[in-house]
Design a protein around this ligand. Structure first.
Ligand SMILES: [Zn+2]
Length: 597
């Protein structure tokens, strides 16, 4: 009879584990799916903001070369005579940075729009945009009157195809293509002399992923390979007679870890290559922080075009040896765009009335900055526009945060209700059956759960892991790592139960009780994980909200996905803990029965 009771207990606990894991897997799928399908609901695609006056461009062409995943310090180590030539004749940035998630398409989106991912809505490589990123960008601006061109991967056509006049691109994940892309770029220059040419060389990134990171020789060799292509492109510009009127920019979309990949917030991943050479460009080494969202605006400034209206970054004015007038005009335009963005967000978030006075003050300030410009007071106009820009930036941040905290509190209320709904019947049932509950099994289960958590996290941190997707050069590395931490946790859990069973569980039917305790312990582990995950549900709603991704938020999100996957693995491997517990308990009993010599 009693055996039957334990068998029924084991079956129901096993079913509970399966049920929890099914919920976990579904939640993980929803979370991942909502990342891939993410559509920014608040994409401020404002109408063009014209410049105050016509302006003479600093040059006639821009060539923007993106070396995928190139880390500046490894570029410095590698043999790169052509990049060195740009550096020696132009400006080199020692502290240029991208944003999270530090992956390719979000980087490409920022480079073209001058906007962070939280504005562009491009948060993954998997979005299908079919040539329209849905936000103002440098390709659109140039393509209104002139030729734009792309040589490289089709990623750029996905984002900007509607505004690219000519392209020579490669679909999908083709390896060792930089040489072909270099030829494409050369032929586009010879045939079209495009106003704006984007060249995307991506073998460096592929080598990093394939050979385990930026410390590999292959990664460095590909940087040298990319540099050779840059040499050919410079030669083609020279042959076409346009080199001296071209702003030549070399940058990267993201960095790379020595061992691992990219995607997170590590210094090596956020630091990008940035160097430029061209008319009016000073010979400089810049140590200050500059950001990826300052490239598109700088291209506009150089070519004398209006600024992209989704911009989050300013212009790299200091690179150019130019007078105050042009700088002041662009700074006023920058302030006016930020002012319009603020108005737009206030409207979207229904806080327009609340900020009415602020709004009219800012409007007056923009007008007076323009008046200063008209009166020829350029440096005064510049600094007052800078103040307006800062004020608007802070206001946008404030209204975003207000919106975010409102969302959090409404989700928190819902989660609290769910917890109460689950907890009340549990307490009632436990009270009614309090005499039938086997507290010995229950407390042993808690011991097993603690054992699991200790074993898992010890293995996790001992291997140097933390919550960043940068750590894995490939998904296989992630899966094998996660599995081994779970096996470690399950073993420690079983060991803890087996070692103490002799004292915590009485002899009658001990084996059945051990298995029950081990399974109940794992159910408790999954429940702890679920509570943790609901915290992230409150914070991020499991869909990547409009404030995502900003800084560490990316790591927070990946940690919740990791927890969900952990639940699923725990259930699949759940036999390990009871088996280890049984074996350990047997050994403990045997050893203690040994007669003393
Ligand atoms: Zn990339």
């Amino acid at each position: 009879m009693s055996r039957l009771k334990y068998a029924a207990g084991i079956v129901s606990l096993a079913l509970a584990l399966v049920a929890f894991s099914t919920v976990s897997i579904s939640m993980a799928l929803v979370a991942n799916g909502s990342w891939d399908d993410y559509k920014q609901p608040y994409k401020p695609n404002l109408p063009p903001v014209p410049l105050l006056d016509g302006v003479a461009p600093l040059g006639n062409h821009v060539v923007l070369v993106v070396i995928d995943g190139a880390r500046p310090d490894i570029v410095e180590e590698a043999d790169t005579p052509n990049i060195d030539w740009i550096r020696e004749n132009g400006t080199w940035f020692n502290n240029a940075q991208c944003f999270t998630p530090s992956v390719s398409a979000p980087g490409a989106a920022t480079i073209g729009t001058g906007a962070k991912s939280s504005i562009s809505g491009v948060t993954s490589n998997l979005l299908e945009l079919n040539g329209d990123i849905g936000i103002d960008n440098i390709f659109k601006i140039v393509n209104e009157t002139e030729t734009t061109a792309v040589a490289g991967s089709s990623e750029w056509m996905n984002l900007y195809g509607d505004w690219i006049s000519v392209n020579k691109t490669i679909e999908g994940e083709t390896l060792d293509m930089d040489e072909v892309i270099g030829e494409y770029a050369v032929s586009l220059i010879e045939l079209y002399k495009p106003k704006l040419l984007l060249v995307h060389l991506y073998d460096t990134d592929h080598a990093g992923h394939k050979y385990g990171g930026a410390a590999s020789d292959e990664y460095k060799q590909q940087i040298t390979g990319a540099d050779e292509e840059i040499g050919k492109i410079i030669q083609a510009l020279n042959n076409s007679g346009i080199l001296e009127e071209t702003l030549f920019i070399v940058t990267s979309d993201h960095g790379f870890l020595d061992k691992g990949g990219h995607g997170g917030w590590e210094d090596d991943v956020l630091h990008i290559l940035l160097t430029m050479r061209g008319p009016y460009v000073k010979h400089l080494e810049v140590d200050e922080e500059v950001f990826q969202d300052q490239i598109a605006t700088t291209v506009s400034f150089f070519l004398g075009y209006r600024l992209p209206t989704g911009l989050t970054g300013g212009i790299l004015f200091d690179v150019f040896d130019v007078d105050e007038e042009g700088k002041a005009m662009y700074q006023i335009s920058l302030a006016e765009i930020k002012y319009k963005q603020f108005q737009w967000f206030a409207e979207q978030f229904n806080v327009k009335e609340q900020y009415e006075d602020t709004n009219s003050t800012l409007g007056q300030n923009v007008t007076s900055a323009k008046q200063l410009f008209v009166q020829g007071e350029y440096s005064e106009a510049f600094s007052s526009a800078e103040v307006i820009e800062d004020d608007c930036e802070n206001l946008i941040k404030t209204v975003w945060e207000e919106k975010h905290s409102k969302e959090i509190s409404s989700r928190l209320q819902m989660v609290s209700l769910i917890y109460v709904a689950a907890l009340v019947p549990t307490i009632i049932i436990a009270f009614v059956f309090r005499r039938k509950i086997d507290w010995a099994i229950f407390s042993t289960a808690i011991l097993g759960a603690i054992g699991y958590l200790v074993g898992f996290w010890t293995a996790f941190f001992a291997s140097g892991w933390y919550f960043s997707i940068s750590l894995w050069a490939s998904p296989e590395e992630y899966i094998s790592g996660a599995m081994s931490f779970i096996v470690a946790g399950l073993s420690v859990s079983g060991l803890a139960i087996g070692l103490t069973a002799k004292w915590t569980l009485n002899e009658k039917n001990r084996r059945g009780k051990i298995v029950l305790a081990a399974l109940l312990g794992l159910v408790l582990v999954v429940i702890v994980n679920m509570i943790y995950i609901s915290f992230y549900w409150v914070k991020w709603n499991y869909t990547l909200d409009w404030y995502f991704p900003e800084g560490r938020a990316w790591g927070d999100f990946s940690s919740s996905i990791f927890m969900l996957a952990q639940n699923a693995f725990v259930s699949v491997l759940s036999a390990i803990s009871p088996v280890v517990a049984l074996i350990t308990s047997r050994m403990v009993t045997k050893l203690s029965k040994k007669p003393k010599p």
